[in-house]
Design a protein around this ligand. Sequence first.
Ligand code: NDP
Length: 438
Amino acid sequence: MLNPKTHDREFFGAFGASSIIVFLPLVVSIFSFLVNDKYSLQGVSLDLNRLQQIVPSSTQEWYDLAFDASSWKAYLAWFFGLVVFDKISPSKQMDGTVLRDGTVLKYNINGVYVAGTLLAILAARAYRFNLNLPELHFIYTHQLQLTLVTIIFSFAMSVFVYVCSFIPTTKPNGVGTRERILAKGGNSGNPIYDFYIGRELNPRIGSWDIKMFCELKPGMLLWMLINLSCLHQQYHAQGQVTDSLVLVNFVQLFYVLDGVLNEEGVLTMMDITTDGFGFMLAFGDLAWLPWSYSLQARYLALPENTLHLGLWKCALILALKFGGFYVFYSANRQKSDFRQGKLDHLKSIKTKTGSKLLCDGWWAISQHINYLGDWLVGLSWCLLTGFQTPLTYFYAIYFAVLLLHRQTRDDAKCREKYGEQWLEYQRRVPYKIIPYVY
Ligand code: NDP
């Protein structure tokens, strides 16, 4: 059977899915109502007077914010401009995973060209406009409107891919049509749950892969632009840039570029191989990521939160960042090299599927030592904002929850896939993420 029915539901089924669909867009919007020129937090206490000045009091005001014409034009130009760019950029073709019907999809890998060209255009425009870029000023002054635009756009995208998942597609041999390949977890038959978790595994228009595109480009690169817009604002409003905001830009740009430049690594990630493309990924990639990951920069750009860290604090935080990155990068690299047959001398367990589980090097320390490295990188971003507010530590808390949840999902997947050999791996490597702790 091409598309087996989904019986196990995650996130507490349709109830959990509908709660997340309502709750997470609210959280992202609240961030933008708190962090703006009427900054409404003092530590953990809310300044309601300031908040009232920014939260719309009538339906018309809400409508004007959410459907601000200039913000919609800018975002649509950004998204579809990137689509065109993605299509015309030079790329190398790589194979994805083998699908249930035995076919293998081709992916165009071009992150280097897309990110490189975007940075080159920005640099040229910075020179042309003497460091005063209208597009960065626009992003900074329209954060609230753009947040709402990305939320609505991600809803529209999720509806589009959900509806399309029911339309038969052409058979691989080009003759006749057949059902689309659905995600194993996204075919429960409950519309809310399937809409949230993602019904179709690889929605495509022609050869353009919607999930792969959204995973790295429009959201990640927008995050980079939001951070730059904060630095731009600080420079023009205060006539200075602080070490804290420069470093937030630097370390997060490093993360964005590492993701975009190593685009092919995404092809083996659960998001591409296993998850369907629905609200969870569309909203996560397009709205949640740029607006919640940029909280540190948006907070530091406000004049009342100006922070000079000094040399020692900067050096210690950078050491944490690069230490975490080293663990994250070399563990992922080691697994990838091993899977390509380059590290056959390392100890491993042969599984019933024919592939091997590495239980040496980084993969003998814990089952997901890469998650720990990644989390330490995220913690370093938060530390750059000092200890004035828990808001900027949101990322570290959220990311810890995400990684713990991801570990349990991956554990279930590997137990099903490898059976006894996975249990043997767990006996040899008992810690899940943090050695001697968990
Ligand atoms: P992993 O890189 O840990 O990959 C897990 C998969 O690798 C398993 O499903 C299994 O797949 C294979 N595997 C597991 N153990 C072994 C082993 N011992 N030897 C060989 N293969 C093994 O997890 P993710 O794909 O979840 O994450 C990849 C990276 O992305 C991580 O560094 C994570 O921190 C990061 N990430 C970042 C996010 C963000 O928002 N910033 C979100 C999610 C992830 P197989 O079927 O191939 O055997």
